[in-house]
Design a protein around this ligand. Sequence first.
Ligand SMILES: NC(=O)c1ccc[n+]([C@@H]2O[C@H](COP(=O)([O-])OP(=O)(O)OC[C@H]3O[C@@H](n4cnc5c(N)ncnc54)[C@H](O)[C@@H]3O)[C@@H](O)[C@H]2O)c1
Length: 249
Amino acid sequence: MTDFAGLRAVVTGGASGIGLAAASLLASRGAQVVVFDLKPDVPEPLSGIAADVSDDNSVRDAVAAAALQLGGIDIVVNNAGIGAQGNVTANDDDEWHRVLDVNVVGIARVTRAALPHLRKSDAAAIVNTCSIAATAGLPNRALYSASKGAVLALTMAMAADHVREGIRVNCVNPGTADTPWVGRLLDVAADPAAERAALEARQPMGRLVSADEVAQAIAYLASPLSGSTTGTAVAVDGGMQNLRIPAAR
Ligand SMILES: NC(=O)c1ccc[n+]([C@@H]2O[C@H](COP(=O)([O-])OP(=O)(O)OC[C@H]3O[C@@H](n4cnc5c(N)ncnc54)[C@H](O)[C@@H]3O)[C@@H](O)[C@H]2O)c1
């Protein structure tokens, strides 16, 4: 499939996990892809630019460099994100600001720097990586859930603001996905095997979501073939949000 032939994409947090899978899939379908990451070591044909989405100057420089390198920008995948654990008492103000700064304000920074380029595109699309934490109450994820709830609302607001400019904005809501992020989470668990089994059991399919499966949804939303799709959230969560099934006996 070459639906992305001639299109130029930026993927934030694209050096690992879901971002790397999405960047690789877009490239395999014909896009030229630049990855923004803190450590942008990416395999060819991807190219990497060092950028910190929590630093406005860094983002502006990276967007300018990407637009120069690619000759424009048609697609932005706002995927960079960090986690936080615990209930509402678990994190101090600095940590609240840090996580919201990366997960929410980061999307605003990258998008506002990229908008002048997107406005020149005939196939402009933004896809934000949100989470099931935006739509379901998960224990011990208060700060992270607040950040992803904001990503969901921001996605809808941006979709409304830019629909008349021909810029589509959507998000994906992954369940727990098998990425280095979850690997790090399991590494610090008291019993990693039991913790992994619990995460798998929480999803009706009984397994974690793969990064490639999330990438497929990102590509669907970013593709010019999905030209009528804007202001939507696509769940890729093994049924976790919407299904109510009896526990396995
Ligand atoms: N893994 C999951 O279970 C899961 C579930 C739902 C949503 N998500 C979301 O998916 C996205 C990607 O997660 P992942 O699991 O692939 O994680 P990951 O840790 O494997 O990859 C995240 C990437 O983002 C980069 N990054 C972090 N902070 C950055 C910053 N300030 N500037 C630029 N890059 C930065 C990291 O360097 C890393 O390469 C995140 O937004 C996360 O919230 C993940």
